[in-house]
Write a protein that binds this ligand. Structure first.
Ligand SMILES: O=C(O)C1=C[C@@H](OP(=O)(O)O)[C@@H](O)[C@H](O)C1
Ligand SMILES: C=C(OP(=O)(O)O)C(=O)O
Length: 439
């Protein structure tokens, strides 16, 4: 138990009928910010996400010498540093995987050392393959831990006789290792060839997202073979883009429709997207709910009475949806198995252990598997749920609490990593809670 504030998650007294506009995508906002730092002129991000993760990225850009004007919440303007990124600075990654992985390859271009650290929980998250890749191309890396924060990247990277460096990494622990090196590759003197040598590569849509945003700024990545990417050296074009809503932040609201047999409309759902949250449409179909793309947005409709069936799903491509999907599994009337997500042990917390523990506390039958979770129906009871400083554990607890009376979440503010004010948005959708209190 902690003495952090708690939140009594509101319980729905019938089918929900809500319209919920969610904030911008974390993954897109932070990719665009990195590219804005490397771009050949000022860039504009419209409807960016303002959250802990994106403000950490803004902090990193400023430390490296960029000007970021974030006064207008609808349009941030980034002016890249003249003469390239600046060294001799510190970057606080907070808990953001995208900052601790995406910024070091950019820091390799700085004219001096860049020191990285972050939230104590972030010190357990793997970054080693990115650091070793930088070392392989001649950038000095000073590590205190073993492939984890804190560490120091000492640029600048020098051209190695015009040859394109070929780096081999095992990205089975995080797709972000690949995205990180691809995002910076075009700014390297001879580009970069990257090869994934490990077994499974998780979160493939997030790598597609990286290739997509790179193409939009004029960087076209080749695929010499299915395990490799070749980034040609070249300029990163300045841009003016609109950031899509965060579909993984929409996931708990869609789940709310399914769990209460109600309807939730999420406006602004993109027609085409690389965000893994779009796969919630398939997840909802598999538990017995429906979604429909309407001119106004995506409409999710639950089965009568909020009836949910158990599922057997491989979530390797959409790992960040696991906590919300696990909540639906706990509410289902038959057993479920979630597979392909061993790498969640290196997320904001060990999410498999956290979910198994909290599902158990709520009365579900939950068992941690080597690569996922087995979740069986149980007599669910209200309980005080720990959230482990993990935004998606708050979303998990909120979904269960919408159906099971008496769920109280520790530290609802943890949602601010990607969704500041999540608890208030949830209360508006579900109904008033008993309030946020202490203890
Ligand atoms: O590139 C990105 O923006 C992300 C990639 C994924 O990371 P992993 O591949 O480490 O799961 C995802 O889970 C994370 O929330 C965001
Ligand atoms: C794993 C996540 O975040 P990060 O970008 O910090 O890896 C997540 O948002 O679920």
């Amino acid at each position: 138990m902690t003495d952090a504030p708690t939140w009594a998650a509101p319980c729905a007294d019938g089918p929900i009928d809500a319209r919920v506009r969610v904030p911008g995508s974390k993954s897109l906002t932070n990719r665009w910010l990195v590219l804005a730092l490397l771009a050949d002129g000022p860039s504009t991000l419209r409807h960016p996400l303002r959250s802990d993760d994106t403000l950490r990225m803004v902090g990193a850009l400023r430390a490296l010498g960029a000007e970021v004007d974030d006064q207008d919440p609808q349009a941030w303007v980034v002016r890249p540093p003249e003469g390239g990124p600046r060294g001799g600075v510190d970057v606080d990654c907070g808990q953001a995987g995208t900052v601790m992985r995406f910024v070091p390859p950019v820091a390799a271009l700085a004219d001096g050392p860049v020191r990285f650290d972050g939230h104590p929980s972030a010190r357990a998250r793997p970054v080693g393959p990115v650091l070793r890749a930088l070392a392989d191309i001649g950038v000095a890396v000073r590590e205190t831990g073993t492939g984890t924060l804190p560490f120091e990247v000492v640029g600048p990277l020098r051209a190695a006789g015009g040859r394109t460096p070929h780096v081999r990494i095992d990205a089975s622990a995080s797709s972000q290792f690949v995205s990180a090196l691809l995002l910076a590759g075009a700014a390297y003197p001879a580009g970069l060839r990257l090869e994934h040598t490990g077994t499974a590569l998780p979160s493939l849509p997030h790598i597609e997202m990286t290739l997509d945003v790179l193409a939009e700024v004029g960087v076209h990545v080749d695929r010499p073979d299915p395990r490799s990417w070749l980034v040609p050296p070249g300029r990163v074009r300045a841009f003016d883009v609109a950031v899509e809503p965060d579909l993984s932040s929409a996931a708990p609201f869609l789940a709310l429709a399914a769990a209460t047999g109600g309807r939730v409309l999420v406006p602004g759902w993109p027609e085409r997207t690389t965000q893994p949250g779009d796969r919630m449409r398939e997840v909802l179909a598999s538990v017995g709910a429906r979604t429909e793309a309407t001119p106004e947005g995506l409409l999710a409709t639950g089965a009568p009475g909020g009836r949910l069936s158990g599922v057997d799903l491989d979530l390797a491509e959409v790992g960040e949806l696991t906590p919300v999907v696990a909540a639906l599994c706990a509410l289902a009337d038959s057993p479920s198995r979630l597979r392909g997500v061993a790498h969640l042990r290196g997320h904001e917390t060990d999410r498999l252990a956290a979910l198994a523990a909290e599902l158990g506390r709520l009365g579900a039958r939950a068992q941690e598997l080597p690569d996922g979770l087995a979740i069986g129906p149980g007599d669910l009871v209200g309980a005080r749920v720990r959230t482990y400083h993990d935004h998606r554990m708050v979303m998990f607890g909120a979904v269960v609490g919408a159906v099971v009376p008496g769920v109280v979440l520790e530290d609802p503010g943890a949602a601010g990593k990607t969704y500041p004010g999540f608890d208030l948005a949830w209360e508006r959708a579900v109904g008033p809670a008993a309030g946020v209190g202490a203890g």
